[in-house]
Design a protein around this ligand. Structure first.
Ligand SMILES: Cc1cc2nc3c(=O)[nH]c(=O)nc-3n(C[C@H](O)[C@H](O)[C@H](O)COP(=O)(O)OP(=O)(O)OC[C@H]3O[C@@H](n4cnc5c(N)ncnc54)[C@H](O)[C@@H]3O)c2cc1C
Length: 381
C-alpha cells in the first residue's frame, strides 16, 4: 500500500492551494457578507481546468482524475466554501452529462461548462416534498411530439442564479415502478417557462446562490432527455455517489482551515501567564480534530482512488462524506471553543467556517441517508 501522492497529484494540489489562497480566500468574508458569488473567480477557475477535472480533454476537460479533484476541492474548501460548492456541483453536472449523455449532448453542453462559458452547471433534483426520497417528486414531464412539457418546481438548487445548464428530474411514468418513474432532462437557463425563483436566506455558504426553480409549461426538446426514459433515479444516485466525494473533500477543507487557525491562535493567546496551547485541554481538542479530519480525508481519498480506477465506490463515498462532514463540524465547534469569545465574533473567520460547515451533513444526502446507503451495502439489501 502506497499512501504517497504522485508528482502530478502534488502539482495539482499545490497549484490550487496557491490560486485559492491568493484569489479566493481574501474575498470569502465579503462574499458571505454580501451574499454574492464572484463570477470572475469562477471564470478563472474554469481557465485553470477546475470545472471539469475528471472530464476527457475531448470535451474540454482537464482529465486529471478523481484524486486530484478531491485534493483540489479540499484546497478550494479551505479558502471559500461558497465557491467550493459551486465547483463541486458544476463538476458533478459535467460528469453526469459525460456519463449518460448522447454524443451530441456531450459536445453541446460539456465544453461550455469546462471552459466557463457557462459560469456553472446546476442539479435540479430536490423538491419541497421530496428531499431524501427523490422518487417522491411531483414535477412532471409529458411528451408532446418533439418536446417534453415540464411542470413543477424544485427547491434549494445551488448556483441557479448563474448556471447555464440544469439537469432537471421529472416524472415521465407516474404508474410505473418507483425506480423507473423518473427521467432526467438538460434544461438551458433561458428556456421559456423556466424561472429562477426565490433565493434562500441561508445560515452559511451565503456566497453561493440557492434557489427555487419553477417550471411552467416549460417545453424541453425531446433530444434533451438524458439517458433513456425511466433512467432518472439511477442517474441521480450515480451522480450523487461522485458528488459525495466532492462534498466530503470540501468539508475536510473547511475543518482543516478552522483547526489550523485555532492552532495558531492557541500559540499566541496567553492566559494564566502561558499560551493556551500549553494547556492539555486545548492540546487534546487540537489532537482530536486533526485525527478525525485526517481520517476523513483518507476515507474520501480512498473513494476517489476507487472511482478513478473505475471500481465500485458508492459505499466508500458515503463513508467518506459521512465521516468527513461530521468530523469537520466537530472541528469547527472546537475551533470556536479554542478562540473563546473571539471565536463567536465576525472579527474572526471561525464563526463563518462554523456556519459554512453545517450544511455538509445535509446536502448531497444527509448523514442519515449516508448511513442508510452504507448499511444497505453491508447487509447486501
Ligand atoms: C444549501 C443547500 C444547497 C442544496 N443544493 C441542492 C442542489 O443543488 N440540488 C438539489 O437537488 N438539492 C440541493 N439541496 C437539497 C438537499 O440535498 C436536501 O436538503 C437533502 O437531501 C435533505 O432533504 P430535505 O431537506 O428535504 O430533508 P428530509 O428529506 O425532509 O429530511 C429531514 C430529516 O429526516 C431524515 N430522514 C429522511 N429520511 C430518512 C430515513 N429514511 N431514515 C432516517 N432519517 C431520514 C433526514 O436525514 C433529515 O434529518 C441543497 C440543500 C441545501 C440546504
Amino acid at each position: 500500500m502506497d499512501f504517497s501522492l504522485t508528482n502530478d497529484e502534488k502539482m495539482v494540489r499545490d497549484m490550487v492551494r496557491d490560486f485559492a489562497g491568493a484569489e479566493l480566500k481574501p474575498k470569502a468574508a465579503e462574499l458571505d457578507r454580501e451574499h454574492r458569488m464572484d463570477l470572475g473567480s469562477l471564470a478563472r477557475m474554469a481557465e485553470l481546468g477546475l470545472m471539469g477535472m475528471n472530464i476527457p480533454a475531448a470535451y474540454g476537460g482537464a482529465e486529471v482524475g478523481v484524486v486530484p479533484y478531491s485534493l483540489a476541492m479540499t484546497e478550494v474548501g479551505r479558502a471559500c466554501a461558497s465557491t467550493a460548492v459551486t465547483m463541486s456541483v458544476t463538476n458533478m453536472v459535467a460528469e453526469v452529462i459525460c456519463a449518460f449523455g448522447s454524443e451530441e449532448q456531450k459536445r453541446k453542453y460539456v465544453p461550455p461548462i469546462c471552459s466557463g462559458i457557462f459560469a456553472a452547471g446546476a442539479f435540479g433534483l430536490t423538491e419541497s416534498m421530496a428531499g431524501s426520497d427523490p422518487a417522491g417528486m411531483k414535477t412532471q414531464a409529458v411528451r408532446e411530439g418533439e418536446f417534453y412539457r415540464l411542470n413543477g418546481s424544485k427547491l434549494y438548487i445551488t448556483s441557479a442564479e448563474y448556471a447555464g445548464v440544469f439537469v432537471v428530474w421529472a416524472i415521465t411514468d407516474r404508474g410505473g415502478p418507483r425506480s423507473r418513474r423518473i427521467s432526467a432532462f438538460l434544461v438551458e437557463h433561458d428556456t421559456p417557462g423556466f424561472t429562477i425563483g426565490k433565493a434562500e436566506e441561508k445560515m452559511g455558504q451565503r456566497g453561493s446562490s440557492t434557489n427555487e426553480l419553477i417550471l411552467e409549461d416549460c417545453l424541453v426538446p425531446a433530444e434533451n432527455l438524458l439517458g433513456a426514459e425511466g433512467d432518472g433515479l439511477k442517474i441521480a444516485l450515480m451522480a450523487l455517489d461522485g458528488g459525495r466525494i466532492g462534498i466530503g473533500s470540501l468539508a475536510v477543507g473547511i475543518g482543516l482551515e478552522a483547526v489550523d487557525y485555532a492552532r495558531d491562535y492557541a500559540r499566541e493567546r496567553y492566559q494564566f501567564g502561558r499560551p493556551i496551547a500549553d494547556f492539555q485541554a486545548i492540546q487534546w481538542q487540537l489532537a482530536d480534530s486533526y485525527t478525525e479530519l485526517e481520517s476523513g480525508q483518507l476515507l474520501v481519498l480512498r473513494a476517489a482512488y476507487l472511482k478513478q480506477r473505475k471500481e465500485p465506490f458508492s459505499k466508500e463515498a458515503s463513508m467518506g462524506k459521512l465521516w468527513a462532514s461530521e468530523a469537520a463540524n466537530r472541528a469547527c465547534y472546537k475551533a470556536i471553543q479554542i478562540l473563546g469569545g473571539n471565536g463567536y465574533t465576525a472579527e474572526y473567520p471561525i464563526e463563518r467556517f462554523y456556519r459554512d460547515v453545517r450544511v455538509t451533513t445535509i446536502y448531497e444526502g444527509t448523514s442519515e441517508i449516508q448511513r442508510l446507503v452504507i448499511a444497505r451495502q453491508i447487509l447486501n439489501q
